[in-house]
Design a protein around this ligand. Structure first.
Ligand code: ADP
Ligand code: MG
Length: 339
C-alpha cells in the first residue's frame, strides 16, 4: 500500500468516526411557562435536531399549562371546577392521569398533599395579598369544601366528579414536575436521552452528561446567602425542593409559607425546606410539598415504606441562622452521591 493510500484510508476512518468521537455539545434553552422559567439543558448526539426537539418539549409544557393552569379561567382544570357539584365530567387523558397520580399521593400522605385544597389555597393567596388572616368561618368553609375523599375518578368512563359544593382543584404542587417529566420524555423520543428539564425547584433528569457519572445539582434551599450549597450527583431521576425562601408572608412576626397545612387551613410556619429524589419528577414534586407539611418523623416513615425508592432530605434553618440537612429513605438507582 502506498503512503497516499494509507493516508486516504486513515483520513476516511477519521471522517467516518468523528461523529462518534466528538463529545456532544452542551446546549441550553430557556422559556417562561407556568409562572416560572423552564430551562432545558441537553447533549444531542446530532446538534441539527436539538432546536426542534427543544421547541417540541416547550410546546408540550405549554399544552399542559393550557390544561392544568389555575390562573387561566379557560383551562380545562378551571372549566372542570366550574361544573355543578356531583356531575361526572369527561376529561383529557393528561388531566385524568395527573389527578389519578395526585389521588394516590394524597392517600399515601394521608392528605398532606391534596389537590382538592383549592378553596384553602385561594383563601391563603388572598391573605398573602391583603396581609389579613382569614376569619375562622371562612377557613372552616374552605376546609369543608376540600378533601381528596370527595373527588371521584372513573377510569373506565374517564370522568371526574367533584362531590362537594365550592370544591376547587389546584395542581400548583405537582404540575411543574409533571410538565418537566413530560418534556424530558419528548426529548428522549427525539433521540436526546442526555437531557435535563428544570422548572425552578423541580428537575427532571435523563441520562448523565457524556463522560460524567450524573448531573451535578447544587441545592441552596434557604437562598444563596445561607452558606455552602449541598451537591447531589444524580441521573434518571426527578429532584424537587419545596421551601419557603421565595413565596412567604410575614404576619404578626410569624413567617408563613405558600404551602398550606390542611389541618389548620393556613400556610406552614415550620422553618424547613425539603428535597425529594425519586425516579419520576411528578412524584418528586408532590412529595416535596407533602414532606414539607408532614412532621420530619412522618416524612421519614413515608420515605422508608414507599413502594418506590424515595430519598427525602429535610433542610432545617436554626434560630442562630445556621442550617443542617438530614437525609433518609432509599437512594434511587440514579442517585450517585448524596448526604
Ligand atoms: P413551588 O411552587 O415553590 O415549586 P410546591 O411544589 O411545594 O412549591 O407547590 C406549592 C403550591 O402547591 C402552592 O402554591 C399551591 O398552589 C399548592 N399547594 C399548597 N399547599 C398544598 C398542599 N398541602 N397539597 C397540595 N398542593 C398544595
Ligand atoms: Mg411540589
Amino acid at each position: 500500500m502506498s503512503w497516499q493510500h494509507a493516508a486516504a484510508g486513515l483520513l476516511g476512518f477519521i471522517v467516518a468516526a468523528s461523529p462518534n468521537f466528538a463529545a456532544p455539545e452542551r446546549l441550553e434553552y430557556i422559556e417562561p411557562h407556568m409562572g416560572t422559567l423552564f430551562r432545558i439543558v441537553l447533549y444531542p448526539p446530532d446538534p441539527a435536531v436539538a432546536k426542534a426537539a427543544a421547541r417540541a418539549a416547550f410546546d408540550r409544557i405549554a399544552a399542559l399549562n393550557r390544561i392544568m393552569s389555575d390562573y387561566d379561567p379557560t383551562s380545562e382544570l378551571m372549566r372542570l371546577c366550574a361544573q355543578p357539584p356531583a356531575t361526572p365530567v369527561p376529561v383529557s387523558a393528561e388531566l385524568f392521569d395527573i389527578l389519578q397520580r395526585s389521588q394516590a399521593i394524597a392517600e399515601k400522605t394521608h392528605g398532606a398533599f391534596d389537590v382538592t385544597l383549592g378553596p384553602v389555597i385561594r383563601l391563603w393567596r388572598e391573605t398573602r395579598r391583603t396581609h389579613a388572616l382569614p376569619t375562622d368561618a371562612a377557613r372552616t368553609a374552605a376546609q369543608q369544601a376540600s378533601g381528596f375523599q370527595h373527588l371521584r375518578l372513573d377510569p373506565v368512563a374517564r370522568t371526574v366528579t367533584l362531590l362537594r359544593p365550592h370544591m376547587a382543584l389546584d395542581l400548583g404542587g405537582i404540575a411543574k414536575g409533571y410538565a418537566a417529566e413530560a418534556a424530558l420524555a419528548v426529548l428522549a423520543q427525539r433521540g436526546i436521552p442526555s437531557a435535563m428539564v428544570a422548572a425552578s425547584g423541580d428537575l427532571a433528569l435523563g441520562d448523565a452528561p457524556p463522560g460524567k457519572p450524573g448531573w451535578q445539582i447544587e441545592l441552596n434551599p434557604f437562598g444563596s446567602t445561607s452558606g455552602k450549597p449541598l451537591t447531589l450527583i444524580v441521573a434518571h431521576a426527578g429532584v424537587s425542593t419545596s421551601g419557603d425562601t421565595e413565596q412567604f408572608v410575614t404576619l404578626g412576626g410569624v413567617r408563613y409559607s405558600h404551602i398550606v397545612d390542611p389541618a389548620t387551613g393556613l400556610g406552614l410556619t415550620r422553618p424547613t425546606a425539603v428535597t425529594v429524589v425519586t425516579q419520576h419528577a411528578t412524584l418528586a414534586d408532590a412529595l416535596a410539598t407533602a414532606c414539607s407539611v408532614l412532621a420530619p418523623a412522618a416524612a421519614q416513615q413515608l420515605a422508608d415504606h414507599s413502594a418506590e425508592s424515595v430519598r427525602v432530605i429535610v433542610h432545617q434553618r436554626n434560630a442562630d441562622g445556621s442550617t443542617q440537612s438530614t437525609a433518609f429513605g432509599h437512594a434511587t438507582a440514579g442517585l450517585i452521591s448524596t448526604p
